[in-house]
Design a protein around this ligand. Structure first.
Ligand code: PLP
Length: 466
C-alpha cells in the first residue's frame, strides 16, 4: 500500500512514513494510491465482532504489510481500553430511526480520542522499530491539545508541546492539558490568539534546520492515520443497527476529517444513503455545495468552537477524488484560495452535490435543538452534536439516520447551562479534573522563545541516545 500526494509533487510513501510525515513535502495531503475495498461478506461478519476486531479489519488494508494484524490488534486493544465502555462508541436510539453514535467515551470526552489514542500507539511502535524519537508541536483551539497530551503522556519516544491561546479555552479544556504530570508532555499558554499559535507551529515546520534537529512531527487532522482510525465507527454503527437498508450519517464538521472518514467508509463498501455535512454559522461548506464556489469569510465565534473554521484542510482530499485525481486542479485551487480567498469548484461542484448534503445551523437552531431533545427524549446534546441533529432534521433522509455525537455536553458546561438552565456534570472518571493541580508555562507570542522552549524540553535535541 502506497500513498500519493494530492498535489502530485511528492514521492509515494508507505503507511509508516505517511504516519510520521503528516503533510507531504509538496504541501499536499496523502491519499491511498489505490482504494482498498471490503467484501460484502466481510462487512456482514462485523455483526458478531467487537469494536477492536472491526478496527483491525477496517484499518489493516491501509497499513499494508508494514503493520501486522496482530500488532494492530494489540495497539487497538490498548487504545480502546482507555474508553469507559467496552462498546467504545455506544449507540443510543432516541426515537425510531434516529440514533446517536456517542464518540465521547474516551479520556478527554471528545471524538478526537478515538483516533489520537491509536495514533500515539502507532507512532511509538514505528519509532521503536526504527530506534528513533520525535517531537510533536501542535496548536489547539481546545479539543485536539487535550486529546494529544492524554494519548502521548506515557510515550517513551515522543515529546509533546501544545500551544494554546491564553485565556481563550474553556476551564475543562485547559485542565485536560495542564493536569497530566508526565515529563514528556508540555502545555504552553501563548499570549495571543489561536491563529498566533497556529502561525508559530507553521513557522517551526518551515524552519527546516529546526525541524530536522527536533524530528518535528504533527498530529493535526490532516494526518492520514487519524482519518483511517475514524472509519471504524461507521462500520461499527452499521453492524449494530443491523438493517440491510443503507444508513445516513449526519456529521458535525470543521476540518472535514470526520466527514471524509465517512466517504472512505463508502469507498470501502459500506452501503450509505446520505452523508450530511453539519456546519454551525461558519457555513463555508454548505455555501460551497449550494453555489459551486468555495469562498472564505471571517470566522464567527459560536457555541461549537471546534467547528469555528474557514479552511477545512481535509477538503483537499475530497477535491482530489472528485476531480478524478487531477493534482493540477487541486494545486491551482489551493493557490487561488490563499491568494484570493476563494476558488471555483468547476466540475467537482456537481459531484459534491451528489456525494453530500450540507446544512448550516444557526446559534438559535442549536439552542432550540438542545432544549427540544432534552424535553422530548431526556437526552442532552452538546452544541457540536446539536448542529448534526438540526442538519439531520432538515435533510430528513427516508431510512435510518445516525447522528455523530462528537463531544460530551460537560465539556461545554457554560453553553449548556445558558441554554437549559442546568449545568451538566463531568462523568465519574473525570471528576478529579477540576481539583487536580495544574502545570503549564506561559510564553510570549514569539517564535524564538517557543523554539527555545522546545529545544530545552525535547529529548531528541538534548542528545538522548537514540
Ligand atoms: C474536531 C471536532 C469537530 C470537527 O471535526 P473535523 O474532523 O475537524 O471535521 C467536531 N466536533 C468536535 C467536538 C470536535 O472536537
Amino acid at each position: 500500500m502506497k500513498y500519493i500526494s494530492t498535489r502530485g509533487g511528492a514521492e509515494a510513501l508507505g503507511f509508516e512514513d505517511v504516519l510520521l510525515a503528516g503533510l507531504a513535502r509538496d504541501g499536499g495531503l496523502y491519499v491511498p494510491e489505490v482504494w482498498p475495498t471490503l467484501t460484502p461478506d466481510t462487512i456482514a461478519s462485523f455483526r458478531d465482532k467487537p469494536f477492536v476486531e472491526i478496527a483491525v479489519e477496517v484499518i489493516h488494508p491501509f497499513t499494508g504489510d508494514e503493520i501486522s494484524r496482530d500488532e494492530l490488534r494489540r495497539m487497538a486493544s490498548e487504545a480502546y481500553a482507555t474508553f469507559d465502555t467496552s462498546e467504545v462508541t455506544p449507540l443510543v436510539e432516541i426515537k425510531p430511526g434516529l440514533t446517536i453514535l456517542e464518540l465521547f467515551h474516551g479520556p478527554t470526552l471528545a471524538f478526537k480520542d478515538v483516533a489520537m489514542q491509536l495514533l500515539a500507539r502507532l507512532m511509538d511502535h514505528v519509532l521503536e522499530k526504527r530506534g528513533a524519537r520525535a517531537t510533536i508541536v501542535g496548536a489547539t483551539s481546545g479539543d485536539t491539545g487535550g486529546a494529544a497530551i492524554e494519548a502521548f503522556r506515557s510515550s517513551k519516544r515522543v515529546d509533546v508541546v501544545i500551544l494554546f491561546p491564553k485565556g481563550r479555552v474553556s476551564d475543562v479544556q485547559r485542565r485536560m492539558m495542564t493536569t497530566p504530570t508526565e515529563p514528556n508532555v508540555h502545555a504552553v499558554a501563548i499570549e495571543g490568539t489561536f491563529d498566533d499559535c497556529q502561525a508559530l507551529v507553521k513557522a517551526m515546520f518551515n524552519d527546516h534546520a529546526f525541524r530536522d534537529r527536533v524530528e518535528l512531527s504533527g498530529v493535526n487532522s490532516i494526518n492520514w492515520a487519524r482519518i483511517v482510525a475514524q472509519v471504524t465507527y461507521y462500520f461499527w454503527a452499521a453492524s449494530r443497527i443491523g438493517t440491510t437498508e443503507p444508513l445516513s450519517f449526519s456529521v458535525p464538521t470543521g476540518n472535514f476529517g470526520d466527514i471524509f472518514a465517512s466517504y472512505v467508509a463508502k469507498r470501502l463498501g459500506l452501503p450509505i444513503d446520505k452523508l450530511i455535512i453539519a456546519s454551525n454559522e461558519n457555513d463555508i461548506l454548505p455555501r460551497a455545495v449550494a453555489t459551486g464556489v468555495y469562498a472564505m469569510k471571517d470566522v464567527i465565534a459560536t457555541s461549537s468552537p471546534s467547528m469555528d473554521i474557514q479552511i477545512s484542510s481535509n477538503f483537499e482530499r475530497y477535491l482530489f477524488e472528485a476531480s478524478d485525481r487531477d493534482a493540477d486542479f487541486v494545486r491551482s485551487s489551493m493557490t487561488s484560495l490563499i491568494a484570493t480567498g476563494s476558488f471555483e469548484l468547476g466540475r467537482t461542484g456537481s459531484r459534491l452535490k451528489q456525494d453530500f448534503a450540507a446544512v448550516s445551523a444557526s446559534e438559535a437552531d442549536v439552542a432550540d435543538a438542545i432544549r427540544r431533545t432534552k424535553t422530548a427524549y431526556g437526552y442532552v446534546l452538546d452544541p457540536h452534536t446539536a448542529c448534526a441533529f438540526v442538519a439531520a432534521e432538515r435533510v430528513a433522509p427516508a431510512g435510518n439516520t445516525v447522528i455523530l455525537s462528537t463531544a460530551h455536553p460537560a465539556k461545554f458546561p457554560d453553553a449548556i447551562e445558558a441554554i437549559t438552565g442546568a449545568r451538566p456534570a463531568l462523568p465519574a472518571h473525570q471528576a478529579h479534573l477540576m481539583t487536580d493541580a495544574e502545570k503549564f508555562d506561559t510564553l510570549p507570542n514569539s517564535l524564538s522563545s517557543v523554539q527555545k522552549f522546545v529545544l530545552k524540553h525535547c529529548r531528541v535535541a538534548a542528545g538522548t541516545p537514540q
